[in-house]
Design a protein around this ligand. Structure first.
Ligand code: DX5
Ligand code: ZN
Length: 240
């Protein structure tokens, strides 16, 4: 089945050059003014919106469900990248796809039959990602790698925004990049503690997607924060 959107295709005009996606994480947004905040990051050139779903079981926190995802869908044209921090996520895949998810990432640690879950996500017309906690080796994904679109390296223990970056994540990004057979798939994403200080090292390690919550929505002007992060990413990519 065709995917609804392709959040990680380079935007027009990049001419085949490496394009690192910036995905602001709404967990750090002001939910009372979400539409306005989404508009600001979209206008500033963000590539996708990262939406954290927490169940209070897989992680010790609760966040949001399909109704909020549907509201986000109505408020932005950007692709929605859902990060399910949910134990046994299968029953929630269809409701989130119907709510407007373009990509759904599940956790390696939370799925008993990961391949079945990945297939179910694809059958719903979404791109499929797998996330690994800091303690989980990326090598555990070697068998499933050709089937997934997105490999999410957690650079914090999931559950909360605003935590300090776990430096070994850079090494895991390098490992993920070298593990894949295909140059562009799966895209390697990093989530947790990504900011102007940690982004350059991650870009140099080969990350394709930077998820940033506090660094963007915690800034006084989220749009300006996207522009600044983009500038730093471009500098880190160097001359092409
Ligand atoms: C953490 C979430 C992250 C979070 C990142 O469990 O998965 O997406 O929003 O927030 P920052 O960028 O503040 O670490
Ligand atoms: Zn996340």
């Amino acid at each position: 089945m065709d995917v609804k959107r392709t959040p990680w295709n380079p935007p027009p005009g990049t001419g085949g050059r490496r394009h690192v996606l910036i995905a602001p994480s709404v967990l750090a947004a002001d939910f009372a003014h979400l539409a306005r905040q989404l508009e600001a990051v979209e206008r500033a050139g963000a590539d996708a919106i990262h939406v954290d779903v927490m169940d209070g079981r897989f992680v010790p926190n609760l966040s949001l469900g399909p109704a909020v995802v549907a509201a986000i869908r109505r408020s932005t044209a950007l692709p929605l990248d859902l990060h399910l921090m949910v134990e046994d996520p299968d029953p929630f895949l269809a409701p989130f796809a119907e709510a407007g998810a373009d990509a759904i990432t599940v956790h390696w640690e939370a799925c008993r039959h990961l391949e079945r879950t990945i297939s179910a996500i694809h059958e719903l017309g979404c791109l499929a990602g797998v996330a690994v906690n800091p303690a989980t080796p990326v090598a555990f994904l070697s068998e499933i790698l050709p089937e997934i679109d997105w490999l999410l390296v957690m650079s914090v223990n999931p559950g909360f925004g605003g935590q300090p970056f776990w430096p070994r994540a850079r090494h895991k990004v390098e490992q993920a990049v070298s593990l894949r057979q295909d140059r562009d798939r799966p895209r390697v994403a990093v989530d947790g503690g990504v900011d102007e200080g940690t982004a350059p090292g991650l870009v140099r390690a080969g990350a394709d997607v930077l998820v940033a919550g506090t660094a963007i929505f915690g800034a006084p002007d989220p749009g300006e924060a996207v522009v600044r992060l983009r500038r730093i990413v471009t500098e880190a990519l160097g001359p092409t």
